[in-house]
Design a protein around this ligand. Structure first.
Ligand code: WTA
Length: 706
């Protein structure tokens, strides 16, 4: 199993172009030192931390993170490796995540803002919710979930909501009861929400009636109807749909409320005023939530996070790497519907008694000065966003940050590789050369950061995430499992040699897939109970520089990172194939100036299909939006006479990706139909086009292509 040359998922075997292969070639960058002022007040300024979290002290070192939490009962074993790779953390410990984020702060911070909600319409004033108010809201809603909806420990609930404070209230209320929440990104379609609800076995859906985005009040409740239908098709009955109203007492939806199934939460809450609910003490390894993410198959998978290990890891990393103090105003611009929002808007910051800002809308509404006005007004001092948002704000308002009086001490970039020149704009213009930047590499599955510089101690290198966090031991392995040494200038697969508390427990309902996806490729001995034999395969290509900094190149599997969000190419292809006109579909990643990567769709039509091509393209776009959501909208839909194929009939996505990205096409002599490649190239690039960018040929040095 270790030397898995025939692994069907490896890009080498399939001959498909992975994101990592179209990564641009950056040169070594100059280093930037964190300011002395920052270091003076930083939570983590002791260089001894690396030794403390060194392999000699593993796994005990992670008690340092667990000690940041309040436990109902202390653990008796830090790590149990009896059933690899199903690691158990803080065995015997009991705690409640909601208690740690809310109740325990009441004594010292009850009148301090826990959340500040910034509505998208600028005429609507921000709303501060104190820890005391948060406690009341969470308790009342928990009582409603328990007594009205009949939910109890271990039940699952699907939450399809936008960025309004009722979302964290809902999550915390679930956590208080031990109910496993599964938040679906608000921008996903009702169909996507219903499929996830069915997979998790949720019988209760929680929605918002409407929200503002891009200047429009979006009718969101309509998605609930579709979700209920989609869940039913998959065999799951939804018996309650609970709906938060953006303006209590006033409906923002055209959808009907189905009697006996749909309820406005503001109506119901009247019966729960002042009610409190005892937190349910959970075993450290009881699940806290599911987060569905795209993988290599058509079906999204439910990443199952545990209570104790996850809470310890996000709290520890928020403290040390986000440098959160209770006095900070922290604004992470991600959406709570993604893992970044779970770990670094809700659970980590609130566990540390921070003030966490929640912004409803898009960053450049009504103009690209908006984020900087929010930062100025609320005195935000820690700012966290994605390269896509930075690229967009830089492009649309490069001088805007200079017009506002805000001062960040710390900034984060997360979710995709950042180009060095974009990094430098962030550093110079947004950070005013004072703020320290961390480029944090991690994933839905990992719960929290894996690679980053230590903000007060390490030099920053534009475009590189940095070394492994203390207690995380990453390596770059080649396809045969051989370690690529630092400075070798060869890209390989980044893996983590050891378990850590934030890693998912399993994929909901599919333990085999969990093992197959993350551990099978590099497992040294499937019978071994030693963690050393089970490196975690992340699915990203990376380079390790001489100085120990990792540069992440992108996905090596059938996943595209669009604007920092994961989309499965297979998911998009499956959506296309639901149309009767389509015979074959292939989705490839294409470089985009703002979003990093976007999907492009190639289609061949069934013989005899009579629908005109433009109409097919329109139908495909609509179908993708309905089945997945607008974020999966392809940049182009290209209808081709035939797909380039190997002699055994496999579609060569590598060739299509090379054409879409104006890269060298490479060797196509072994294809079954090489002539079609030139036809497709001419139809996409025109007759005169030549390869502009380096292609798979140049990437041979990385050893990642065929
Ligand atoms: C990518 C988001 C480069 C990577 C937290 C990973 C990054 C995927 C970085 C996970 C970074 C995340 N630099 N690439 N700092 N952070 N990625 O699950 O390809 O939505 O595998 O989690 O995003 O996306 P996910």
């Amino acid at each position: 199993m270790a030397k898995n040359r025939k692994n069907p998922k490896s890009p080498k075997a399939t001959g498909e172009v992975a994101e990592s292969q179209i990564a641009v070639h950056w040169k070594e960058e100059e280093l930037f030192r964190p300011s002395k002022r920052f270091a003076k007040h930083a939570n983590l300024a002791d260089p001894g931390v690396r030794k403390r979290f060194g392999e000699k002290n593993f796994p005990k070192c992670f008690e340092e993170y667990a000690d940041f939490l309040t436990w109902y009962q202390k653990w008796n074993k830090v790590l149990d490796t009896n059933e690899p790779p199903f690691w158990k953390w803080f065995v015997g410990g009991k705690l409640n995540a909601c208690f740690n984020c809310v109740d325990r702060h009441l004594e010292q911070y009850k009148n301090k803002a826990a959340l500040i909600f910034v509505p998208e319409p600028e005429g609507e004033a921000p709303v501060a919710i104190t820890y005391k108010e948060l406690h009341s809201r969470v308790n009342e809603f928990a009582a409603l979930l328990r007594d009205f909806a009949g939910l109890k420990k271990g039940d699952r609930v699907t939450i399809h909501m936008p960025m309004i404070p009722d979302l964290p209230v809902t999550m915390l209320a679930c956590a208080r009861l031990g109910v496993v929440h599964s938040v679906v990104f608000g921008g996903f379609s009702g169909e996507a929400s219903g499929i996830r609800a069915a997979d998790s076995g949720s019988r209760v859906l929680i929605y918002a009636d409407s929200y503002y985005r891009g200047g429009k009040l979006i009718d969101h409740k309509v998605a609930a109807e579709i979700a209920v239908e989609a869940a039913k098709r998959e065999g799951q009955t939804i018996d309650k749909v609970l709906v938060w109203r953006r303006y209590p007492g006033r409906s923002g939806t055209s959808a009907q409320m189905v009697q006996g199934r749909d309820y406005y939460i503001d109506d119901l809450l009247k019966d729960f005023r002042g009610k409190t609910v005892e937190p349910v003490w959970m075993d450290a390894d009881d699940p806290l939530f599911l987060m569905y993410t795209s993988g290599t198959t058509g079906k999204p998978k439910g990443c199952q996070h545990r209570t104790g290990g996850y809470m310890a890891y996000v709290t520890g990393t928020s403290k040390y790497f986000q440098d959160i103090h209770p006095s900070d105003v922290y604004w992470c611009m991600a959406d709570i519907g993604w893992i970044t929002g779970h770990s670094y808007i809700v659970y980590g910051p609130l566990a540390l008694a921070a003030t966490s800002v929640i912004y409803e809308g898009v960053p450049n509404h009504p103009d690209p000065g908006r984020p900087w006005r929010i930062a100025e007004r609320l005195d935000v001092n820690i700012f966290h966003t994605s390269p896509t948002a930075i690229r967009m704000l830089r492009k649309t308002g490069p001088e805007e940050p200079r017009k506002y009086n805000f001062n960040f001490k710390h900034m984060t970039t997360v979710g995709e590789p950042i180009e060095p020149e974009v990094w430098r704009w962030y550093y110079d213009t947004v950070g005013k050369r004072e703020a320290v930047i961390v480029d944090t590499w991690w994933q839905t599955e990992t719960g929290g950061f894996l690679c980053s510089t230590i903000p007060a101690l390490d030099a920053m290198k534009p475009g590189s995430a940095g070394p492994g966090l203390p207690g995380i031991y990453p390596v770059v392995l080649d396809e045969e499992g051989k370690e690529l040494p630092a400075g070798s200038a060869r890209a390989g697969n980044i893996c983590i040699r050891n378990p850590w508390p934030g890693i998912i427990q399993t994929i909901w309902g599919d333990r085999d897939k969990f093992v197959r996806q993350y551990y099978q490729k590099y497992c040294k001995n499937p019978k071994s109970k030693k963690w050393q034999d089970w490196p975690y395969f992340a699915g990203d290509g990376a380079l390790l520089a001489k100085d120990g900094y990792f540069r992440i190149l992108g996905r090596v599997d059938d996943v595209i990172n669009v604007a920092g969000h994961r989309l499965g190419t297979k998911e998009i292809e499956s959506a296309c194939l639901t149309l009767e006109e389509i015979a074959e579909a292939a989705v490839v990643p294409v470089v985009d100036e703002i979003k990093g990567r976007v999907p492009e769709v190639y289609l061949s039509l069934r013989p005899g299909a009579t629908t005109p091509p433009e109409q097919v393209a329109d139908k495909v776009v609509k179908t993708i939006e309905t089945m997945i959501g607008k974020i999966a909208r392809p940049k182009a839909v290209r209808i081709v006479p035939d797909m380039p194929k190997t002699r055994s009939g496999k579609i060569m996505r590598r060739v299509l990706a090379a054409i879409s990205n104006s890269m060298n096409i490479g060797d196509i002599t072994t294809l079954a139909n090489p002539d079609v490649v030139e036809q497709i190239r001419v139809s996409v690039q025109g007759t005169g086009a030549v390869a502009k960018r380096e292609g798979p040929e140049d990437l041979k040095q990385f050893g990642m292509n065929e």
